[in-house]
Write a protein that binds this ligand. Structure first.
Ligand SMILES: *Cc1c(COP(=O)(O)O)cnc(C)c1O
Length: 216
């Protein structure tokens, strides 16, 4: 069997051995890899793929999505407002809604393009200065604005936790925040910690290097 598929199937079975209460979507993070390298996993029938740059994703996936309309593309990286329109055209999910100006632009463009994407609000859980995300104390106001004022279909919360020992604590906190807003979906967990994330209720794990190998 192809190594990519082999690794993917192992991840899938590790997740299912935890007996999660809802379906866990594995987003295969294919950033930096060319389409022909990813192709075996597409042919295997996998549908969820993640990218972190609009330009790269457009050239890689535009044709592919016409051929295979079941594919779901996830924008997981920092999204600049001036790329919002292109992002709305291509992606099905945006995990990185992290400020009002971006949210306003996404709303405007999806209306004019007659689209209805699914969104996650990215939270800056460690209140790290260098990291994007909505601070926890602004979350409720921002969430209400997104759903009531600009009709963004917010599905849940997303984090890239700080690089320290407390990942478990951050996952737990995000799960609690999600519940406090009655949100159903959580985008957390990467190659190093996706099993912990699933234990804390994540149902969208973003796994790159454990499937495709290390990025140069
Ligand atoms: C690259 C990336 C991932 C995947 O990281 P791996 O450690 O390779 O699994 C997940 N989430 C985000 C936001 C990323 O940019």
């Amino acid at each position: 069997m192809n190594t990519i598929i082999d690794r993917f199937e192992k991840i899938k079975s590790k997740i299912s051995s935890l007996k999660p209460s809802k379906t866990v979507n594995i987003i295969a993070v294919s950033k930096t890899f060319p389409l022909e390298y990813i192709q075996p996993l597409i042919d295997h029938g996998h549908l969820h793929f993640g990218e972190n740059k609009v330009q790269e994703a457009m050239s890689k996936w535009t044709e592919q999505k016409k051929i295979n309309q079941e594919l779901k593309l996830h924008m997981i990286g920092k999204l600049q407002t001036n790329k919002a329109k292109d992002a709305v055209k291509l992606f099905d999910y945006i995990h990185s809604v992290d400020n009002q100006k971006l949210a306003d632009n996404l709303s405007k463009h999806q209306k004019s393009l007659n689209k209805d994407l699914k969104y996650f609000i990215q939270i800056n859980i460690g209140n790290e200065i260098q990291k994007s995300g909505i601070p926890v104390n602004e979350l409720e106001g921002f969430y209400n604005y997104c759903i009531n004022e600009i009709n963004l279909n917010i599905k849940g919360l997303m984090i890239i936790p700080p690089n320290d020992e407390n990942t478990d604590k951050y996952f737990k906190t995000l799960n609690e925040l999600n519940k406090s807003l009655s949100l159903e979906n959580l985008s957390m967990g990467m190659s190093a910690d996706y099993l912990d994330a699933v234990r804390h209720g994540s149902n969208f794990v973003r796994v790159g290097s454990s499937i495709f190998g290390s990025r140069s």
